[in-house]
Design a protein around this ligand. Sequence first.
Ligand code: ATP
Ligand code: MG
Length: 273
Amino acid sequence: MGTIEIERGMVKYITSDGEIYYVKQHFPPSIPPVTERTSQKLLVPERFFSYGPIEKIVSLLGLGRCNVVTVKLAHEMHLTFEEFEMLQEMVGPEFYFSRAAYQYTPDTLPHKDPETAMGYQIVLDILVRNWDDGDRNMYMVSGIPVWFDFGASLDPRCQNVYRFLLKLQDAAEAGRVSSIELYFKNYSRQREKILEAAIEVFESITQSEIRTIVQVSEDEFSGFFADYLVNNISQISEDVDIIRGAFLSQKTADKGRIFYEPILKQTFWRQIK
Ligand SMILES: Nc1ncnc2c1ncn2[C@@H]1O[C@H](COP(=O)(O)OP(=O)(O)OP(=O)(O)O)[C@@H](O)[C@H]1O
Ligand SMILES: [Mg+2]
């Protein structure tokens, strides 16, 4: 039996062992999956919004590789019937759990050096197309960043890396500057080396690990997410190159001013033509 608290509009669940989780509403996609009779292909919704399995997939991919929080689906929490009902009343009919980032300590995190932590995180975020990884979704533990809220990831539309770049740009214009952009802002030989090492780590993820991660997180669109990830892992090195190229050419062209719209748009339109 745990306790339920509200803090600044967010519902928190504290387990009997003292683990704090933020409880987030799970929204099943509004467009139901349809099987096309002819091709037997599963049509995926245009986008997902606050979808528990997506956060769980990203958290499991980052486990041991990045400073990311643990995500649990409702059935993993051993809630009592009363707790379940109370959370339904407070959060919504379906929900999932995100472990409080401030409960991590340097010895429980894979990376203690902030620059290394950020380098590994941006490779994960490029892999899963998470554009919402800026300071609003990051917590500093003794000067070390820990990331939470992976809900923006795995958007079907962002699988195209140029669309993902445009999304990063739109988000920055709306005041949500990504860690990806910040990493390339002060790019150095040291940062380059960190990225090379991180890319190797993510490239070595096997298809069987992907299958397992997707299966424990998601049932409805598991095939879609597995393909998305396998494909992105196979091209992670090129994708990092493309994104680095876009941010660095912007930097040189504008002597440090944040103004990369023309470069991104031109590259994007050239590619999709
Ligand atoms: N795992 C977590 N660790 C620490 N704080 C959290 C965690 N999950 C949520 N929060 C807190 O709750 C706020 C809202 O949660 P979340 O980021 O998941 O929702 P959001 O709708 O994306 O909000 P925001 O626009 O602030 O990013 C966060 O800004 C943070 O203060
Ligand atoms: Mg958030």
